[in-house]
Design a binder for this molecule. Structure first.
Ligand SMILES: *Cc1c(COP(=O)(O)O)cnc(C)c1O
Length: 385
């Protein structure tokens, strides 16, 4: 009842999978910090629980909540976003299969396939996912997975999910959408036709920079069974404590993301036209190349902004030393604002490949501080260059 699809997003975020504890009435489900469960005679499992790699009530509560928010039927959570990605890739692919990825996906995603799965006979190529003709031309007869990340990292390109689904399905490929940047509050790829959604829950879903985790969500029952088996057999699960923390964070996702969007819009608008910058990338700016598409496909434009500096790499490296509120760190999606130099941080693993990012680029994760303070912080740092 509490995850009925006709309930609103925020209602489901707070109630789906989050039944109160029946013995005491504790309104918040407890953290089931246990590895194993007593059996009432051999095979007499209580509520199906046997061993926490296979199932744990704290993880199940999160999985139900996430499935509901992504409008899927099944969700599986993992110890990191990359562990979740590995699970879906291995659940689907066989040696000889090809994966087509957007050419500005998260660097670690490309590395996972090109440096790990390639050794088991998986092929990978990339294409500009914001260009449907380029993607169509790059599809191969053995393409099993079309992998899209939108908005993309760090260039904030927006890909047409229904368009990619149409051409992917026509070619017999499954469409996997990395929804980490958008979150289910802004965009629900399964509703737009994608087969699978993956998340680094480390980012907006965790939202407080205090955990690492990942998730796979789908409505395909056969595929769900294979992912469940993969999760159990490989064991890259998140801990009950991390699952509980993630559930707690999901309850405020809509409130947080609305503020992230508002602050990012204010920051992006304040940066436009600054003489120290040559470009500002944010889908909420009217001159962003996919602004119309983003307006159609997303409920808001997200909390990530990137910018290119007139002074190149040197100016970028100086700027990150001069901001006071934007702290220099990897990762994103937390309450605090962060700045990162992708070329040598998040995207260091793809330097020298077709996924390399411009070396004059800085990426901002706009946090939940007061927008005026964030705008002023960037202004003083840019003016000092
Ligand atoms: C961080 C990130 C990942 C990887 O997730 P981890 O939790 O760091 O393993 C995948 N995709 C995107 C878009 C990310 O930002």
């Amino acid at each position: 009842m509490t995850d009925a699809p006709d309930l609103g997003f925020s209602t489901r975020a707070i109630h789906a999978g989050q039944a109160f504890e029946p013995r005491t009435g504790a309104v918040i489900p407890p953290i089931f910090m246990t590895s194993t469960f007593v059996q009432d005679g051999v095979g007499g499992f209580r509520d199906g629980y046997e061993y926490s790699r296979g199932g744990n009530p704290s993880r199940d509560a999160l999985q139900q909540q996430l499935a509901s928010l992504e409008a899927g039927t099944h969700a599986y959570t993992f110890g990191s976003g990359l562990a979740a990605e590995d699970a879906i890739l291995r659940a689907v692919l066989q040696p000889g299969d090809h994966v087509l990825m957007g050419n500005d996906v998260y660097g670690g995603t490309h590395r996972l396939v090109s440096q790990i799965h390639a050794r088991w006979g998986i092929e990978i190529t990339t294409a500009d996912a914001s260009d449907l003709d380029a993607v169509r031309a790059a599809m191969q007869p053995n393409t099993r997975i079309l992998w899209v990340e939108t908005p993309s990292n760090p260039l904030m390109k927006v890909a047409d999910i229904p368009g990619l689904v149409e051409l992917g399905h026509a070619a017999g490929a499954m469409v996997v959408a990395d929804n980490t940047f958008a979150t289910p509050y802004l965009q629900q790829p399964l509703v737009l036709g994608a087969d699978v959604v993956i998340h680094s829950t480390t980012k907006y879903i965790g939202g407080h920079s205090d955990l690492v985790g990942g998730a796979v969500v789908t409505s395909d029952a056969d595929l769900a069974e294979r992912i469940a088996f993969q999760q159990f057999a490989v064991g890259a699960v998140n801990s009950p404590f991390d699952a509980w923390l993630t559930s707690r964070s999901l309850k405020t996702l809509s409130v947080r993301v609305e503020r992230h969007c508002r602050n990012a819009q204010a920051v992006a608008e304040s940066l436009v036209g600054h003489p120290a910058l040559t470009a500002v990338h944010y889908p909420g700016l009217p001159d962003h190349p996919q602004h119309e598409l983003a307006s159609r496909q997303m409920r808001g434009f997200g909390g990530m902004v990137s910018m290119q500096l007139a002074g190149g790499r040197e100016a970028a490296l100086t700027l990150v030393q001069r901001t006071r509120l934007f702290q220099l760190a990897e990762s994103l999606g937390g309450i605090e604002s962060l700045v990162c130099y992708p070329t040598e941080m998040t995207h260091a693993s793809v330097q020298g490949t077709e996924l390399a990012v411009p070396d004059d680029l800085l990426r901002l994760s706009v946090g939940l501080e007061d927008a005026d303070d964030l705008v002023e912080d960037l202004r003083q740092a840019l003016d000092s260059l």
